[in-house]
Design a binder for this molecule. Structure first.
Ligand code: PMP
Length: 363
């Protein structure tokens, strides 16, 4: 697939976006795979860099002060559902959760164990097909943080504008399923976490970007493996890191950079998603996408057909043509096309061609 393309030394250039980008720097040390991940904060021009390395991790020392807030961890995004409140809250602090689908609901349920977690908006009644605007949120004054899921993988809703927390409340986001799909203004967030397995690498690597001044206040019960400060102080090497997974992430970063960084990734993702949504919307309701147009995900495109039998037939035909994993999550049914960074435009075109042919045969 595209992210396993061979490295091209001609592309060891830098690419810097106004907000959140990746930059590759020529590796001065043979054997060290070095990738700098640069977050430009428009406010203070601060930058955070990290390097992914399998063989010479101690080389990271040089940029250590910049690395403190970017962690390569384990345990998946699910572990972060506990780590986030454990690191940022006391047990009696309030924390606000926007529940926009299955993943933010799971985050809230886990958060309840470690703080006074409240749901400030819940999309369940509308089957998680929309997102709140700022005015819809009943924010708790003094809440320690406001938690959102930037992209609900199962339901296909994606924040285009992020909510603004009030006062000292910190904004934190689960970006597991849209991490590195587009530029993000990291300065808006106090904590971003993402399982690597959608756009960046194999499952087993979890990336955390945390504001450095928030390190060191974890609840006393926090297991050592969940304490951000322990990992920051140890350069993400407190225990044996998932080396091979991190190495693969490095290859994927190389490939992203070689192909124009996050701005170019976003352009490709918009183009792919438009092809699919246009096909759905132009099908005279043969295919239907239940999600509000304004918040449709660029990564996960859910759609339905008139009957479950028709959907099953479509999924079977698609599999016959090598298009697999199109069945919607068991909790929602229907069809879901996940079109992450690695899905080429040709893959989406092939799906759209099948949709048109299938419709022609069934109407
Ligand atoms: N959050 C989101 C948005 C996800 O898509 C997923 C996994 N699909 C998770 C959390 C859980 O991630 P993990 O399996 O890495 O624990």
């Amino acid at each position: 697939s595209s992210f396993l393309a061979p490295r091209n030394p001609a592309h060891q250039a830098s690419h810097v976006s106004p907000s959140f980008s990746l930059r590759y720097t020529q590796n001065p040390n043979p054997g060290l795979s070095r990738v700098a991940f640069v977050c430009n904060r428009p406010s203070d021009a601060a930058r955070i860099c990290f390097e992914a390395s399998t063989s010479r991790p101690l080389q990271l020392e040089r940029v250590r002060h910049e690395l403190d807030g970017v962690l390569f961890l384990q345990g998946g995004a699910t572990t972060q559902f506990s780590s986030a409140p454990l690191n940022l809250c006391n047990s009696n602090d309030s924390a606000d959760y926007v529940v926009t689908g299955s993943w933010s609901d799971k985050a809230f349920k886990e958060g309840q164990k470690y703080c006074n977690a409240k749901v400030v908006w819940n999309g369940k009644a509308a089957k998680y097909t929309g997102l709140p605007s700022q005015g819809d949120l009943s924010l708790t004054p003094g809440a320690k943080f406001l938690h959102i899921c930037a992209n609900e993988t199962i339901h296909g809703v994606e924040f285009k504008d992020y909510p603004t927390p009030q006062g000292e409340t910190l904004l934190i986001a689960d970006m597991s399923s849209n991490f590195c799909s587009k530029p993000v203004d990291v300065s808006k967030f106090s904590l971003i976490y993402a399982g690597a397995q959608k756009n960046i690498g194999p499952s087993g690597v979890t990336i955390v970007i945390v504001r450095k001044d928030l390190l060191g206040s974890a609840q006393p019960i926090t297991p050592v493996m969940l304490d951000y400060k322990i990992h920051a102080d140890n350069n993400s090497l407190f225990n044996t890191p998932p080396c091979f997974g991190i190495y693969i992430c490095g290859l994927v970063f190389d490939d992203l950079l070689a192909n124009g960084g996050l701005e170019a990734a976003e352009k490709r993702n918009i183009e792919k998603a438009k092809l699919l949504y246009d096909a759905i919307d132009g099908s005279n309701a043969f295919f239907k996408c239940p999600v509000d147009k304004a918040v449709r995900s660029l990564m996960n495109v859910p759609f339905t057909m008139a009957t479950p039998e028709l959907e099953a037939e479509f999924i079977k035909e698609a599999a016959g043509q090598g298009m697999v994993q199109l069945k919607g999550h068991r909790s929602v049914g229907g069809i879901r096309a996940s079109i992450y960074n690695a899905m080429p435009k040709a893959g989406v075109e092939k799906l759209v061609a099948l949709m048109k042919a299938f419709q022609a045969r069934h109407t």
